[in-house]
Design a protein around this ligand. Structure first.
Ligand code: 5RP
Length: 220
């Protein structure tokens, strides 16, 4: 079994939770792409769902397999969201956003009655913190925000020639080691000009993690 097989198995397990009539949030990234494929196959067999997407890439991927995507701006809540992750630990804390979509991903995850993370086994860690933490920054406040992030102990790298789907900058923050994620999240949230970051500490309800072809389900 390859890592790609594990991504697919985790994605298929999560998509099996989708029921007729649900409003489903679609994540971003290579693992989420397997979920979009699996959902598209069910839609082709007659499943009726409404979906919202966490990125423009996901809108395109979903549309390509016949899934209709609605505007998340019209939804206060949704039934289920399925998304990948860069790291997840047994507290159900996750770091997301390598694909730069964490601001929309967190809004969709928070709106979901159930948020399910899907991953291959390489993403499961004893404690999150080794992955770079992406932070979305208002371009107007770039230097101020990156300096503030540095004072929190991060080595900060603004992604070159990159804008998020929201038109903003993304900086990757390397902590060695990462401070207590709850404290860190509060500190980052307090910086004016920060629009979002990839620490998902309260959102994840469940995770499907596939390792060597075996899918484990974690529940909060
Ligand atoms: C995008 C994300 C992705 O879900 C995360 O980076 C995992 O991606 P992949 O499944 O390709 O490893 O947060 O912003």
């Amino acid at each position: 079994m390859s890592v790609e097989d594990d991504k697919r198995l985790a994605a298929e397990a999560a998509v099996a939770e989708v029921r007729d009539g649900m409003v489903v949030g679609l994540g971003t990234g290579s693992t989420a792409a397997f979920a979009i494929g699996a959902l598209g196959a069910r839609v082709a067999r007659g499943l009726r769902v409404l979906t919202v997407a966490t990125s423009e890439a996901t809108v395109r991927a979903a549309s390509a397999v016949g899934i209709t995507v609605s505007d998340f701006a019209d939804y206060a809540t949704i039934d289920l969201a399925i998304d990948g992750t860069d790291e997840i630990d047994d507290r159900m804390w996750a770091i997301k956003g390598a694909g730069g979509a964490m601001l929309r991903e967190k809004a969709v995850a928070a709106a979901a009655r159930r948020f399910v993370v899907i991953a291959d086994g390489s993403k499961r860690v004893p404690a999150i913190g080794a992955a770079k933490l992406p932070v979305e920054i208002l371009p107007f406040a770039r230097s101020f925000v990156t300096a503030q992030l540095s004072t929190l102990g991060a080595i900060v790298t603004v992604r070159p020639d990159y804008r998020s789907d929201n038109g903003n900058l993304v900086a990757d923050c390397r902590f060695a080691p990462m401070p207590d994620p709850r404290v860190l999240a509060r500190m980052i949230d307090k910086i004016p000009g920060v629009l979002g970051h990839g620490l998902f500490l309260d959102e994840v309800d469940a995770a499907y993690i596939a390792t060597d072809g075996v899918v484990a389900r974690l529940e909060r």
